[in-house]
Write a protein that binds this ligand. Structure first.
Ligand SMILES: Nc1ncnc2c1ncn2[C@@H]1O[C@H](COP(=O)(O)OP(=O)(O)OP(=O)(O)O)[C@@H](O)[C@H]1O
Length: 619
């Protein structure tokens, strides 16, 4: 596939939105990349490399609010975005992965989601094996990808795994953003030689690269050198030294050419003199290159080394061989859901530290609450108050446990989802609902551990119905709190933001939960808030389980003086009256909790869906 770009410009508005200033970022860049070749876009930080790569890949975020112009031609024709996406792959700079999956599992899941469902198992397996072999990942295929906490593959292997997940579709065009960043020299070279191998197999590869060591520089086919949005050089990498030599900027013999070029085209802003001088030099080099471009029009830019181009139709036909011809996804929603459900189950079962932390937390808090309210004695009045306190506190405890298990994890996972959605691996609903389903057993088990310990230590009503009612309400309250956490995480960019917002909802629910403030004390204009409080329904449900249809031991009570301070209820119904929780029955409270758990999750799903990747498709 030959990719040609002509006079590509990109500008954004900066400063006061009412009186914005136009900031040009790319100032009319042109070039052409042919099959079997690797174009490296080089330049100092802020030169515009990533912006250009994103525009060429059709992955420039529409959220940036900039304006693009120019022309991008694929095999001489205006690109069709839908086909272009299927034929191209974009390898992000950040290797965001599930640390708990192995390299082979990661690539296999990508293949299952992105290859047509009617492809035979053997054919798919062959494709996965080829990708693993092609990228030299055989040695570490069964090693966990890992992260900062879990020991996994090396940085270079992770980068190649990142490339591998994109290569399973056999793309004809591969875009790579800074594939060598963060890698040591050895791994950087390995990654670059993998890219070169891909190019030699007939693909067109475009990669941004910051400052390659001399061995890597020697491997490059075509080089595009950028500075301040201008082209400083475009052509054979091997000719670059000669080109700058002719302009009077000969590379000293002991220098790595890429270091030399970066020194030449970097803007030095340490002091005014240096800035003026370097600006002048950049301006001069940009003008010289424009002259050079006019003398050597683009059609004369030839592929450096030969290689049979991949038949455009093979990949195209493959990508078009989907279950639903109208869908942009390779497999149906149901199959996406099933694959993602299996993935989520595998990850959850391997999150040993998280699972243990959740279960130990339930155990410790179950014991702690049990010890604090251990078989509370005293008169009925004291027992009622302390039971209400215990029930309320344990709802809060389980809610916070659930909320914090999500808000510090989910926002980070969103980076993976964003990447996978950008490559159109699946619909967000398939991911979200499969994840919700997989999380339920873990949450249920944590609640069960907590319920068994606290229920019997505190000494709540001793019959099976009451215990399971208690478990149901605590579980649903946790689910409602988790749903709020998902919702907040879906709208927050970072875990910190989610961590700051989520308690607002939980604490407000707590405030209107019916324990601290009675209904009549809530100002009328705020009273609607109580109906949004899952704590209210959970507290009412638990109190009903404990006190419904129950006579109390009210010996020693003086009913002639039933003021608040000498509260002395003869029956459970009086207790429920006292806490204003007789108006809604247990079934309705449970239903309200179910609706809140589902409703907030649906909101979270809506937010995730609405905040999906959107790209500028102007050119
Ligand atoms: N939407 C935007 N609004 C304002 N400035 C922007 C926007 N997009 C890019 N820029 C600016 O354009 C310049 C080029 O950005 P780009 O990310 O392409 O640089 P780069 O060469 O890839 O740098 P690096 O090597 O540091 O990643 C930077 O100065 C950046 O701050």
């Amino acid at each position: 596939m030959t990719l040609r770009f002509e006079d590509v410009k990109y500008e954004v508005d900066v400063g006061d939105p009412k009186n914005p200033q136009v900031k040009p970022i790319l100032k009319g860049l042109s070039g052409q990349v042919e099959p079997s070749s690797l174009l490296s876009i080089m330049g100092a930080s802020g030169a515009g490399k990533t912006t250009l790569l994103n525009i060429l890949a059709g992955r420039l975020s529409a959220a940036g609010g900039g304006r693009t112009s120019g022309r991008i031609l694929v095999n001489g024709q205006q690109r069709n975005y839908s086909t272009f996406r299927k034929l191209s792959a974009y390898v992000l700079q950040n290797d965001v992965f599930y640390a708990e999956l192995t390299v082979r599992e990661t690539i296999t899941i990508s293949a299952k989601l992105r290859l047509p469902a009617d492809m035979s198992k053997e054919e798919r397996q062959q494709r996965i094996d080829n990708v693993i072999a092609e990228l030299g990942l055989k040695k570490c295929e069964d090693t966990l990808v890992g992260n900062d906490v879990i020991r996994g593959v090396s940085g270079g292997e992770r980068k190649r795994c990142n490339i591998g997940t994109e290569l399973v579709t056999n793309p004809t065009l591969v875009f790579c953003d800074e594939p060598t960043s963060g890698l040591d020299a050895f791994n950087a070279q390995n990654v670059m030689s993998s890219l070169l191998t891909l190019a030699r197999a007939g693909r067109t590869v475009i990669a941004t690269i910051h400052q390659p060591r001399s061995e890597i520089f020697g491997m490059l086919d075509q080089l595009m050198l950028l500075s301040e949005g201008h082209t400083m050089y475009f052509g054979k990498a091997a000719n670059a030294v000669n080109y700058f030599d002719q302009l009077g900027y000969g590379c000293p013999p002991t220098y790595n050419p890429s270091d030399w070029f970066l020194d030449l085209v970097s803007l030095d802003i340490r002091n005014r003199d240096a800035e003026r001088q370097t600006k002048k030099r950049i301006q001069y080099l940009a003008e010289r290159f424009r002259d050079y471009e006019q003398k050597h029009p683009m059609s004369s830019v030839k592929t450096i080394r030969g290689g049979a181009p991949l038949a455009l139709t093979s990949s195209d036909a493959e990508a078009g061989r989907t279950e639903d011809p109208d869908s942009n996804y390779a497999v149906s929603w149901g199959r996406q859901f099933w694959i993602l459900l299996q993935r989520a189950a595998t990850i959850t079962s391997r999150e040993k530290a998280t699972n243990m932390a959740r279960f130990i937390q339930s155990l410790i808090f179950g014991l702690l609450l049990g010890l604090i309210w251990l078989q509370e004695g005293g008169d009925e009045s004291t027992r009622v108050r302390s039971t209400a306190g215990a029930l309320f506190f344990l709802i809060m405890n389980q809610s916070f446990g659930g909320v914090f298990s999500i808000i510090f994890v989910f926002p980070e996972e969103k980076a993976i989802i964003h990447k996978e959605r950008s490559s159109r691996s699946y619909q967000v609903g398939a991911y979200f609902w499969s994840k919700m389903l997989v999380n339920i057993p873990r949450s249920l088990l944590a609640n069960l551990i907590f319920a068994i310990i606290s229920y019997f230590m505190i000494g709540f009503r001793l019959d099976a119905g009451s215990f399971f009612g208690f478990l149901l309400v605590v579980f649903l309250a946790t689910q409602a709190a988790e749903s709020i956490a998902y919702c907040v995480s879906a709208i927050s960019d970072t875990a910190q933001k989610a961590g700051a917002i989520a308690p607002i909802f939980v604490v407000t629910s707590m405030l209107f939960g019916g324990f601290f403030i009675s209904q009549e004390d809530i100002p009328v204009w705020l009273s609607w808030l109580q109906y949004l409080s899952y704590v209210k329904y959970a507290f009412a449900g638990l109190m009903q389980m404990e006190y419904q249809s129950r006579d109390l031991d009210s010996s020693g009570c003086d009913f002639s003086d039933s003021t608040e301070s000498t509260f002395c209820p003869p029956t459970g119904a009086d207790v429920l009256d006292y806490y204003d929780i007789n108006e809604i029955n247990f079934g309705i409270n449970v239903l309200a909790l179910v609706l809140m758990a589902v409703g907030f999750r649906a909101c979270a799903y809506g937010c995730l869906r609405g905040r999906g990747p959107k790209y500028d498709t102007t050119i």
